[in-house]
Design a protein around this ligand. Structure first.
Ligand code: CP
Ligand code: NVA
Length: 292
């Protein structure tokens, strides 16, 4: 049995990603059709706040017949200096898989290196691949396919942008990213980078926004808001995308900042479906990871 991790998402092959998204759609139609975690527990470690990730994993593990163990940093010896590696060595004796939300990618990597069970990324400063799975699932629902679609991400070249670009490339989605100088996406060789939001959204099937101030970036909040102000996702920008284009956002949103309230609550968004799809996509991921 091969030990599988899901740290950046690029651990999956194209075919595995396609099969996972197909299974996610099946699970959405029949939420209790898999008992992949029957009698097993999954550890969910949160070193940073979460609404959607925690909810969707906790409910999803339960729907797969398993028991979710939500572990917060302050309640673990991690907060008193026990290493991520030793934490993984102990957790591996109890659970079928370990999810972690933390800051540095190196902490997650240390956890994975010592783990004897699959480790998955519930958000780091560098990546948010579980979000990208739900985003691809939402695109597939909206357009019936992924190959050949264009997605434009407008804003900070952050963890969400990077995962979209990496997993989008794997799925055959063209990803264009518009960011101001100083906030350019790195580490995603296939993404089309520009400083011009209009250029990024031209011909796009979906336009995507994320917060301007990510967790851990609070110290530079004012500078970020100033630099990113021209990158708001509003009706004017969405009108410049392809006909029938949809709006996406990973949430939490700040209406009036990175996205207008008209778009966030309007007829062209699929944002609330996206939030639901976290559970279905992650259930398919867990089923794949624990199957070895
Ligand atoms: N999109 C997302 O990951 O939301 P949470 O931070 O609420 O988990
Ligand atoms: N880029 C955001 C995503 C939140 C789900 C952050 O890292 O805070």
């Amino acid at each position: 049995m091969t030990l599988r991790h899901f740290l950046t998402g690029t651990e999956l092959s194209c075919d595995e990603l396609g099969a996972l998204l197909h299974h996610a759609a099946e699970l959405k139609a029949a939420p209790l059709s898999s008992r992949a975690l029957e009698g097993r527990s999954v550890a969910l470690i949160f070193e940073r706040p979460s609404t959607r990730t925690r909810l969707s994993f906790e409910a999803g593990v339960f729907e797969l017949g398993g028991h979710p163990l939500v572990l917060r940093q302050g309640e673990m010896q991690l907060s008193r200096g026990e290493s991520a590696g030793d934490t993984a060595r102990v957790l591996s004796r109890h659970v079928a898989a370990i999810g972690m939300r933390t800051g540095p990618d190196a902490v997650l990597e240390e956890l994975a290196l010592a783990s004897e069970v699959p480790v998955f990324n519930m958000l780091t400063a560098g990546h948010h691949p579980c979000q990208a799975l739900a985003d691809l699932m939402t695109l597939r629902e909206a357009f019936g396919r992924l190959e050949g679609l264009k997605l434009a991400y407008v804003g900070d070249g952050n963890n969400v942008a990077r995962s979209l670009a990496l997993l989008g490339a794997l799925a055959g989605v063209e990803v264009a990213v518009a960011s101001p100088d100083g906030y350019t996406l790195t580490g995603a060789p296939d993404a089309q980078l520009t400083t011009d939001p209009g250029e990024a959204v031209r011909g796009a099937h979906a336009v995507y926004a994320d917060v301007w101030v990510s967790m851990g970036d609070e110290g530079t909040a004012d500078a970020r808001r100033a630099a990113l102000a021209p990158y708001r996702l509003d009706d004017t920008l969405l009108d410049r995308a392809g006909p029938g284009a949809i709006a996406l956002h990973c949430l939490p949103a700040h209406p009036g900042e990175e996205i207008s309230a008209e778009v966030l609550y309007g007829p062209r968004q699929r944002i609330w479906d996206q939030a639901e799809n976290r559970r279905h996509a992650q259930k398919a991921l867990l089923a794949l990871l624990v199957s070895g």
